[in-house]
Design a protein around this ligand. Structure first.
Ligand code: J5X
Ligand code: AKG
Ligand code: FE2
Length: 368
């Protein structure tokens, strides 16, 4: 039997850049009565957002031209918006959150049995961005790519079918909605299907890659000095986020990090983040939103993020219609895996490192 290893799969990125175990294992936050020093962040001045700053909400039930212009405006200006009337059954959203909570409610030692391996993509653990920060986040997560059966059957040997069925159905529905939204986004820029072949092409050898991340932020004894998920942009084309409606937590940076605007959960709505790959694919037209999650004293908040990206062999570059003298090509073509490699090294500066000037400068240096 021969094993075909395609070096471009996103899970390969974690094989080439393993994460130290100390950056994977979370403390049992559910039983802590005060904030340990390891989790104490310097307080940042809390500024009230200006009254005009609210994250756009797009009703997908409106006429197509109205939806397209609202999506375009939100993606240009914010890189994030909420969608209502998206067609995902509320019961599925509720069931998925219920199953996620059932997982995080397990005793710490049972969750540790499905901890991510240093070079793996799926399983339980801290956020991958942890190693870029001196302090730990008030956070635990569980990553699913495809079928969660291997880990779920470990957690619930006699009772894993429901978790798996719900998570698989959730991923199928999120995939369909991601594809619909990407279609709307590209169309809103005046592009036809033919302009972005990699998005629709039947010639891709692999299906689009996607990751479902369950995020858990236990109630926190000192939320003002804790961080749920530190400021970052998502590496996907788009991310569809469902946040539990029992607590706010997601915030968007209005100005690169000093002003934070909350995304107030609308029951049943989903938040759409423009990811770094979409910023690359639109030659910088659409913004990638810097965001973070904060925690609170009384509520255990859970969110579910579905990261939708490209098939493994696809190099992302903008369609020619978005490149001209006024809009020179901004970024070098990259696969998702290559981009995750850059993100693993340079974190929030990864985009800078794949800028075309960087290539130009590197060439110049070589010539000198
Ligand atoms: C496909 C992805 C996207 C990843 C990396 C990889 C698997 C898990 C994703 C997250 C999930 C939690 C936030 C984030 C910032 C993190 O630390 O891990 C995400 C990251 C990214 O968007 O870069
Ligand atoms: O929990 C949230 O609201 C944010 C989650 C997030 O940003 C992520 O999973 O990338
Ligand atoms: Fe995110």
């Amino acid at each position: 039997m021969s094993i075909i290893v395609n070096k471009s799969s996103i899970s390969e990125s974690f094989k080439t850049n393993p994460i130290p175990t100390t950056q994977i294992l979370p403390l049992d936050l559910h039983n802590l009565l005060s904030l340990p020093d390891s989790h104490t962040w310097p307080t940042s001045p809390v500024q009230p957002p200006p009254p005009s700053a609210t994250i756009p909400v797009v009703d997908l039930g409106r006429p197509p031209h109205a939806v397209a212009s609202a999506v375009r405006k939100a993606s240009d200006e914010w890189g994030v918006f909420q969608v209502t009337n998206h067609g995902i059954p509320t019961t599925l959203l509720r069931e998925a959150e219920f199953e996620a909570r059932r997982l995080f409610a397990l005793p710490a030692e049972e969750k540790l049995a499905v901890v991510r391996s240093p070079d793996g993509i799926d399983g339980y653990g801290l956020a991958r961005i942890s190693r870029f920060f001196a302090k730990q986040m008030w956070y635990e997560g569980f990553t699913i790519m495809g079928s969660p059966v291997r880990h779920a059957s470990h957690l619930w040997p006699n009772d894993y079918a429901n978790f798996c069925n719900v998570m698989e159905e959730y991923q199928a529905q999120m995939k369909a909605l991601s594809e619909k939204l990407l279609g709307i986004m590209f169309k809103s820029l005046g592009l036809a299907q033919d302009d972005i072949k990699w998005l629709h092409s039947k010639t891709n050898h692999h299906p689009p890659q996607a990751v479902l991340q369950l995020n858990s932020y236990p109630a926190c004894p000192d939320p003002a000095h804790a961080m749920g998920l530190a400021p970052h942009t998502d590496s996907s084309l788009i991310t569809l986020l469902h946040q539990s409606s029992n607590a706010t937590g997601l915030q968007i940076s209005g100005d690169g990090g000093n002003l934070w605007i909350p995304v107030n959960p609308i029951p049943g709505a989903l938040t759409v983040n423009v990811g770094d790959l979409m910023h690359i694919a639109t030659n910088g037209r659409f913004k990638t939103a810097l965001h973070r999650a904060v925690v609170n004293r009384t509520r255990h908040r859970v969110s579910m993020a579905y990261f939708y990206g490209t098939p493994q062999e696809v190099k992302i570059s903008p369609p020619m219609k978005l490149v001209d003298v006024d809009h020179p090509l901004l970024y070098q073509p990259v696969t998702w895996k290559e981009y995750l490699d850059a993100k693993g090294k340079y974190f929030n500066r990864a985009l800078e490192f794949i800028k075309c000037e960087a290539l130009f400068i590197a060439d110049r240096c070589r010539q000198l």
